[in-house]
Design a protein around this ligand. Structure first.
Ligand code: ZN
Length: 408
């Protein structure tokens, strides 16, 4: 039996960013595999039966597998330069909650099966599509499209998945497996400031606001930086940069909308070379899907204008979109009755629970993050709050498993 704090300590050195603080735990990388193997070993050590399904989702059965299972877990991959808690906190808390249920004898009285789950490539930092594992199992992304996705090295997801031990022909919607899930509860570090000024360490998720990613590709005329007069240039970097510079104002025109460019690519990328291509990836989020569309339209129009002014071409393609998702009401009502003091928080961040919610009853618990920072090394979670998160998860699992008369 391990405490959540010591479980996290076991993986604190895995995938550390060698170029700075934080972690590099890309989806379907050797690092993610190392973390998955850690989870498998911890599950095996507890006597749990483990399996990796056709989409790379890892399952550990705490009871005999069966229908109407209660499932809890999260992910182990990170964004580039990510923090220690986004994902691993939910996985370590699932193991710690199992330990408590086992030690108290409560698990023996479970009326439903219990499984722990780890989802691959949640951040989408390798293939551009967030929550790839949960999108595949639910059919939220078509298998053919997913298999054709490429990473920064040009490797296809089909090839990388094969190298990961998956059969590309079997990747895709798995309704039989989904049907076994009666409720999914994901515990996650809070990725904002929602709990900082409260006396509560744990919140219940109300919704995940709509969010999408788009790829803007500008193409112009590559040329010599010294011999090409300014009047004779078709420089895609100029067009793309102007659009990026306009985005804060365009997004601010829509209340509560957020739009971000966190990744750009200049081709071929020589200091003395006028680029022939420039790409950026745009992330837009708002609770109202119509507003996301309006923000995208205003930025797309500006991109066409700047492209026209600078003599370059622009093409815009959607990489992913998830409409605003509300967690399952009946399940959330049960969580609220078990954790009456926990605030209800909407999330600006996407999660596997949000992808699963339209298919299986799903809910989330958020654990206080004293910095309010996430997707960066400063992401934090106090040890007392980590333990409070596990206690809340245990309560919820006891409720879902139909365990009664257990002191908690
Ligand atoms: Zn996460």
């Amino acid at each position: 039996m391990s405490d959540v704090v010591s479980l996290l300590a076991q993986i604190e050195d895995t995938g550390r960013d060698t170029r700075g603080p934080g972690y590099q735990r890309a989806g379907f990388s050797n690092t993610e595999r190392e973390l998955r193997d850690w989870f498998l070993a911890e599950a095996a050590r507890r006597g749990l039966d483990t399996e990796i399904d056709d989409n790379g989702i890892t399952w550990a059965w705490a009871t005999a597998p069966g229908d109407d299972a209660v499932v809890t877990g999260s992910h182990l991959d990170s964004v580039p330069g990510g923090g220690a808690f986004d994902g691993p906190l939910g996985v370590a808390s699932a193991l710690a909650a199992f330990d408590e249920l086992k030690a108290s004898g409560a698990l023996e009285r479970a009326q439903r099966p219990l499984a722990l789950a780890v989802f691959p490539e949640e951040e989408g930092s390798r293939f551009g599509v967030a929550c790839l594992g949960s999108r595949l199992i639910t059919g939220a992304i078509e298998a053919d499209r997913a298999l054709g996705l490429t990473d920064a090295n040009g490797d296809t997801f089909a090839d990388v998945a094969r190298g990961y031990g998956l059969d590309p022909n079997r990747i895709g919607t798995d309704e039989a497996r989904l049907e076994k899930v009666g409720s999914f509860i994901e515990l996650h570090v809070e990725q904002g400031i929602g709990l900082i000024n409260t006396d509560q360490a744990v919140a219940i998720g109300s919704s995940i606001i709509g969010h999408g990613r788009w790829h803007f590709a500008f193409s112009g005329q590559g040329n010599h930086a010294g011999t090409t007069p300014m009047s004779h240039r078709a420089d895609p970097v100029v067009a793309g940069s102007r659009v990026i510079g306009d985005i804060p104002v365009l997004a601010a025109g829509h209340d509560q909308a957020v739009a971000t460019v966190g990744r750009t690519l200049i081709h071929p990328g020589g200091t003395n070379v006028i680029a022939s291509g420039m790409s950026f990836w745009l992330d837009i989020r708002h609770a109202d899907d119509a507003v996301v569309k309006q923000v995208l339209e205003s930025i797309s129009k500006r991109a066409q204008d700047h492209a026209g002014d600078t003599g370059v071409q622009v093409s815009i393609s959607q990489e992913s979109y998830s409409p605003t998702t509300y967690f399952t009401k009946e399940l959330n009502d049960r969580l609220i009755s078990l954790l009456p003091n926990a605030p209800l928080l909407p999330s600006g961040a996407g999660h596997d629970a949000g992808i699963l919610a339209p298919h299986v009853p799903s809910a989330m618990l958020y654990v206080r993050n004293p910095t309010g920072v996430s997707h960066a090394p400063e992401e934090a979670c106090e040890v007392d709050d980590q333990r409070a998160g596990v206690s809340a998860l245990v309560k919820v699992l006891e409720g879902e498993l139909g365990i009664v008369g257990v002191a908690s």
